[in-house]
Structures are given as C-alpha cells and as structure tokens.
Design a protein around this ligand. Structure first.
Ligand code: SF4
Length: 108
C-alpha cells in the first residue's frame, strides 16, 4: 500500500483534475461521484466545469518517479481516481498535458 492511497495495488494516486459525468450503467455506483457529493468538491455531470488540480500536484508524479529511480523500483500510480481521463468534457489540452506527464514519468 502506498503513502497517499489505501488502494492495495497502487503506491500513489494522482488526480490531474476532478469531476466527470455518468455515461452508462457502469457508473451507477461511482465512488468518485459519491466523493464529490459528500465533500461538495466538484459538480458532477455533463456541461459542468471540471476542476484542474494544482500545479504543485502536477509535479508529484515526477518526484515519485525520481524517488522510485533512486530505490531501483517502479511505482504504480492510480491516475484519475476522482475523474475519468477520457471524459469528453475535460479540455483536450489537459489530456495532452497528462499524456506528456505520463511519458516524462514512465522511465526509471
Ligand atoms: S468516473 Fe468513471 S464511473 Fe464515475 S461517472 Fe465518470 S466514467 Fe462513470
């Protein structure tokens, strides 16, 4: 288990942004939507604004990758536990920035 997650298979969780929308029956018990409603963190649904996480947060995957490199290991990162990477309401630029970050943090 990782430092900032209780998810057994992940060392870390990283949310590039928050928010999503229901797209089908698989979303009926969405953890992220329940979280958003509970903490009033972000409005859920179509045509609502997604919330980009902070610049400091966006730096954490590189720091984790560097730490993993020093240890000679690789970390498993759960990306977007409170959003969906392919949510079509998220700006394309955010997704492109995320893909660049993944590429930059995929080497050890
Ligand atoms: S985060 Fe996943 S399960 Fe939740 S509403 Fe979005 S697509 Fe559906």
């Amino acid at each position: 288990m990782g430092k900032n997650t209780k998810i057994a298979w992940a060392h870390h969780t990283f949310n590039p942004w928050y928010g999503c929308q229901r797209v089908g029956p698989g979303c009926d018990h969405c953890y992220a939507e329940a979280w958003a409603k509970r903490y009033k963190a972000v409005e859920w649904g179509s045509s609502t604004l997604r919330q980009l996480s902070s610049p400091a947060n966006w730096k954490t995957p590189i720091a984790w990758n560097n730490a993993a490199g020093r240890k000679g290991t690789r970390y498993r990162v759960f990306c977007a536990s409170l959003a969906d990477v392919f949510d079509n309401e998220a700006p394309i630029k955010w997704r492109m920035n995320l893909f660049s970050l993944i590429a930059a943090s995929a080497s050890t």
